[in-house]
Design a protein around this ligand. Structure first.
Ligand code: ADP
Ligand code: ADP
Length: 226
């Protein structure tokens, strides 16, 4: 059984200006442990699909099932990273990482150790007590990765997590991400504009496109990555 099953999902936004059909139809099964990249032109519904898997938007048709139950709201099994790190500016790096633990009302103490371990993994041990404004863009995004992993989700959803970073930092982040995934084997759905990034990281590439948009390509990557 796949970890995530997206079946004939549709999404229409109803706004004051009228309707926007963001996704006409999408079906994808994601196996446990798989790294799937989601590519496609701007506006084709990649973010919308990710938000629906995260339980942050409801589909207007079809169904999304995670670990055997339909996704109706954000759940503990899900970790999400956005393009912009969206850290709380008045909280330290450590407290930002612990934020989901507070939201999910889990006991803080055991997770504090895990938060420190995660920050160490991404090279931020010396920056635990710094505020986001005292960190670089790459460092902030590393804090966001730790925050997405703190509650040990089964699936990590990432929406162009590195696209705001310069090319060098971005390459470093891709390396850091693959190291993290070697330690904490996670299922990943990764939205990107970059075929290079997708090829470096993924087991499988799914391309959305067309108007209204559907899945136009779903391809396993069969070569060995270095
Ligand atoms: P992508 O991530 O591929 O750029 P999006 O999922 O962001 O695509 O957007 C798909 C379409 O849905 C676009 O036409 C966008 O303007 C529209 N859209 C996205 N979010 C909303 C929203 N909250 N309300 C109305 N329209 C939206
Ligand atoms: P991207 O292409 O990087 O996904 P977008 O510019 O499409 O970014 O969307 C950024 C945010 O704005 C998303 O949260 C999306 O839901 C929202 N959004 C996009 N288009 C619209 C729209 N037409 N009306 C309201 N919200 C929108």
């Amino acid at each position: 059984e796949p970890l995530v099953s997206v079946a004939n999902v549709q999404k229409t936004y109803f706004t004051r200006q009228g309707q926007v059909q963001a996704v006409a139809s999408a079906s994808i099964n994601v196996a446990r442990g798989e790294f799937v990249s989601l590519l496609g032109p701007s506006g084709c519904g990649k973010s919308t699909l990710l938000m629906m898997i995260a339980g942050l938007e409801r589909p207007t048709g079809g169904s999304i099932v995670l670990s055997g139950t339909e996704v109706k709201e954000p759940r503990r099994e899900i970790g999400i990273i956005f393009q912009d790190a969206t850290l709380l500016p008045w909280k330290s790096a450590l407290d930002n990482v612990l934020f989901p633990v507070r939201i999910l009302k889990l006991p803080i103490e055991p997770y504090r150790r895990r938060a420190r371990e995660l920050l160490a993994m991404v090279g931020l041990s010396d920056f635990e007590n710094k505020k986001p404004s005292q960190l670089s863009g790459g460092m902030r995004q590393r804090v966001a990765i730790c925050r997405a992993l703190i509650h040990d989700p089964d699936i990590l959803l990432m929406d162009e997590p590195f696209s705001a970073l310069d090319a060098i930092t971005r390459d470093q982040m891709n390396v850091a991400l693959s190291e993290i995934l070697e330690t904490y084997k996670k299922t990943v759905v990764f939205v990107t504009h970059s075929i290079r990034e997708a090829a470096f990281l993924s087991d499988r590439v799914v391309v959305m496109g067309g108007r209204p948009s559907t899945i136009v390509l779903d391809m396993k990557m069969s070569f060995e990555r270095p």
